[in-house]
Design a protein around this ligand. Structure first.
Ligand SMILES: Cc1cc2nc3c(=O)[nH]c(=O)nc-3n(C[C@H](O)[C@H](O)[C@H](O)COP(=O)(O)OP(=O)(O)OC[C@H]3O[C@@H](n4cnc5c(N)ncnc54)[C@H](O)[C@@H]3O)c2cc1C
Ligand code: FES
Length: 502
C-alpha cells in the first residue's frame, strides 16, 4: 500500500528527459568493441573508444540510462564522504592519492565532454561538502580535509557551511560539479551512435563467449568483437566471480519543491543517518533532493518508512515544500572500497568488467571507462593497477561500511508459502497458486498480475516492495516490475508468467 507516501514514484531525472528510441539489435554485426550496458560506465567507455578510433556497439537491455545512472543524485565530485581517510588506512597514501587523481580527472572529463558534445545536462560547477554535526564527526572532517589537502586535492576545512541548520564544520572541495545524469548519458549515446558505431536499446545480452572474435549474444542477433566490456553495474554472467567482493546496496531519494534557487553547493553528512543533499532547477522548477537510508539490498526493510524519514528531513531541516518525486536504486559496493575494473577474471582474455562503483559512479564510472579505453588501446593508465578487477580482497581491507555481507541464497528457498488470495489494492504477496510460488499483485485499480516468484538469476524467491511497487530479490539485488519485467540485474530474464489465484 503506497497511497500514504508523498511524491510520485520514479526519478525526477527520468520524468524530465525525453525518451530515447534506439532500435534493438536484430542481426549479427562486427565491431571492435562490444559494450554491454548503457549507463555512465558503458557509454563513457564507448565514446572514449570511438574517439580513439575504434568502432563500438552498446547493447542496453532497456533504455539508455535506465539503470542506476538515471536514478542517481547527480554529484560529480572527488569528495566521497570520508573516502581518503578510509582508503589511506586500508590501502595507503599512494592509493588514496591515485583515487583522488582519477576522480578529479573524471570531473574534468565530464566537463570536457559536455562542452565538446554540446550536451544540455545542467552541468554546474559547485563546491561539495562533507559536513559534521557532532564532535566525533568534526574530528573526522578535520582529518579528511587535512589529508585530502596533503594529497593535492582541492580541499579545505570550513565552518562556513551553507546549510539551513547548524553544523560544526565540513570538508569542502572546490571546483566540483553536478549534472542531470540521464541527459548526460543520453548525450553520450547520441555521440556514440553513427559512423560505424551503434547504440541498441531493448537488447539484453543473454550470454557472451571469450575468443577471437569474442561474441555477445542477445537472442535476436550477436555482436562479434575484438573485446567485450561488461558494464551492467552488477556484473552479468560472472558466475559468482565477484561473490564476497561486491554486493548491491540500496538508497532512497526524495525530490521536494523548493522556493529557493539552486545553491552552488552539494552536501553529504558524516553523522548517521547519512544524508545527501543537492539542489537543482529542472525546467524552471527548483527542487531539493534528500537521499540516504541505505542498506544492503539483501536486508528486508520497511521501504515506506525510509521514504517517510527522508520526507521529514527534507521538510523539517531543509525547509522543503511538497515532495514531488521519490525513488530508490542500488549500486555495487566493493568490499575493500575500490572499484573493480579490468578483465572479468584472469581466465578471460577479451572480456572486461566495471563494477563496485561504491555509490560514486558518476566519477568512479567515468574513471573506470577511461582506464578501459587506455587498456584496450595499449596506453598506460596509473589507475588500472589500483582498480585491478582480479585482485583478491584481503580480510583486513574490508571497509566497515562493507561488512554487512549479502547472505548466501537461502538453500533452495523451498519452504512453503501461504495461500492467501485476500489482497487489498496496492498489495503484493508471494502465494502458493496450484503448488507454484507466485508473485501476485493487486493494483489500486483492482487488476491482478501474477508472475513466477522465482528470480530468474539463481532462483531465490522475490519479495514485494510496497514503497516502490516492485518485486525485489533478496539474494543479489535483482528487481522486477509487477508484470515481471527486469528493472535491475544481475537477472537478465523477466519473471516467468504466472497464474492468478482464483
Ligand atoms: C541513490 C543513489 C544515489 C547516487 N548518487 C550519486 C551521486 O550523486 N554521484 C555519484 O558519483 N554517484 C552516485 N551514485 C552512484 C552512481 O549513480 C552509480 O555508481 C552509476 O550510475 C552506475 O553506473 P553504471 O554504468 O555502472 O550502471 P547503470 O547506470 O545501472 O548502467 C548499467 C546498464 O546496464 C544495463 N544492463 C543490465 N544488464 C544488462 C544486460 N544483460 N544486457 C544489456 N544491458 C544490461 C542496465 O539496464 C543499465 O542501464 C548513486 C547511487 C545511488 C544508489
Ligand atoms: S537469485 Fe540472484 S538476484 Fe535473485
Amino acid at each position: 500500500m503506497t497511497e500514504h507516501l508523498a511524491g510520485r514514484p520514479g526519478s525526477l531525472w527520468v520524468a524530465s528527459s525525453a525518451p530515447t528510441g534506439y532500435a534493438a539489435l536484430r542481426e549479427g554485426i562486427d565491431v571492435d568493441v562490444a559494450v554491454i550496458g548503457g549507463g555512465i560506465a558503458g557509454l563513457t567507455a564507448a565514446l572514449a573508444l570511438k574517439r580513439a578510433g575504434q568502432t563500438v556497439a552498446v547493447l542496453e537491455a532497456a533504455r539508455v540510462g535506465a539503470g542506476v545512472t538515471g536514478n542517481t543524485t547527480g554529484k560529480v565530485t572527488s569528495l566521497h564522504r570520508l573516502a581518503y581517510t578510509e582508503l589511506a588506512a586500508h590501502h595507503g597514501y599512494a592509493a588514496a592519492r591515485l583515487y583522488g587523481q582519477a576522480n578529479e580527472a573524471a570531473i574534468e572529463h565530464v566537463a570536457g565532454t559536455v562542452a565538446d558534445e554540446g550536451i544540455d545536462c545542467g552541468f554546474r560547477r559547485v563546491s561539495n561538502y562533507t559536513y559534521a554535526e557532532s564532535d566525533p564527526a568534526l574530528a573526522l572532517v578535520r582529518e579528511e580535509a587535512a589529508l585530502a589537502g596533503r594529497l593535492g586535492l582541492p580541499a579545505s576545512f570550513t565552518t562556513e557551511v551553507p546549510l539551513p541548520f547548524d553544523v560544526r564544520g565540513a570538508v569542502r572541495f572546490d571546483n566540483q560539479a553536478q549534472i542531470h545524469a540521464l541527459r548526460y548519458v543520453q548525450g553520450l549515446a547520441r555521440a556514440v551512435d553513427g559512423d560505424g558505431s551503434f547504440v541498441f536499446e531493448e537488447s539484453p545480452a543473454t550470454g557472451f563467449r571469450d575468443g577471437s572474435p569474442a561474441v555477445v549474444d542477445t537472442g535476436r542477433g550477436s555482436v562479434r568483437a575484438k573485446e567485450i566490456i561488461v558494464a551492467t553495474n552488477m556484473p552479468f554472467g560472472d558466475n559468482g566471480i565477484f561473490a564476497g567482493r561486491c554486493y548491491p546496496h540500496r538508497s532512497y531519494i526524495v525530490a521536494a519543491r523548493s522556493g529557493l534557487p539552486p545553491q552552488d553547493a552539494t552536501f553529504v553528512s558524516v553523522d548517521e543517518p547519512m544524508r545527501s543533499i543537492l539542489t537543482v532547477n529542472v525546467e524552471g522548477v527548483s527542487y531539493v533532493l534528500a537521499g540516504g537510508e541505505g542498506h544492503p539490498a539483501s536486508e528486508q526493510v520497511d521501504s515506506a518508512e525510509r521514504y517517510r524519514r527522508l520526507d521529514a528531513f527534507a521538510r523539517d531541516r531543509l525547509g522543503a515544500g511538497e515532495i514531488a518525486f521519490r525513488w530508490s536504486t542500488q549500486d555495487a559496493m566493493p568490499a575493500d572500497g575500490l572499484p573493480f575494473v579490468g578483465r572479468l577474471s584472469p581466465d578471460f582474455r577479451h572480456v572486461h568488467v566495471v563494477t563496485g562503483l561504491r555509490k560514486w559512479g558518476l566519477t568512479n564510472g567515468t574513471a573506470a571507462a577511461l582506464i578501459l579505453r587506455d587498456t584496450l588501446c595499449g596506453t598506460h593508465n596509473p589507475g588500472a593497477a589500483l582498480f585491478d578487477s582480479t585482485r583478491a580482497v584481503r580480510e583486513e581491507d574490508t571497509m566497515p561500511a562493507a561488512t554487512e555481507e549479502a547472505p548466501a541464497p537461502p538453500a533452495g528457498q523451498a519452504g512453503s508459502v501461504p495461500v492467501r488470495p485476500d489482497l487489498v489494492p496496492g498489495e503484493g504477496r508471494v502465494m502458493d497458486v496450484g503448488g507454484v510460488k507466485t508473485a501476485v499483485y493487486l493494483s489500486p485499480a483492482g487488476e491482478v498480475s501474477a508472475v513466477s516468484a522465482v528470480c530468474t538469476h539463481l532462483g531465490c524467491t522475490v519479495e514485494f516492495n510496497p514503497a516502490d511497487v516492485t518485486w525485489d530479490c533478496p539474494c543479489h539485488g535483482s528487481r522486477f516490475s509487477t508484470d515481471g519485467t527486469v528493472i535491475q540485474g544481475p537477472a537478465t530474464r523477466n519473471l516467468d508468467p504466472g497464474q492468478a489465484p482464483a
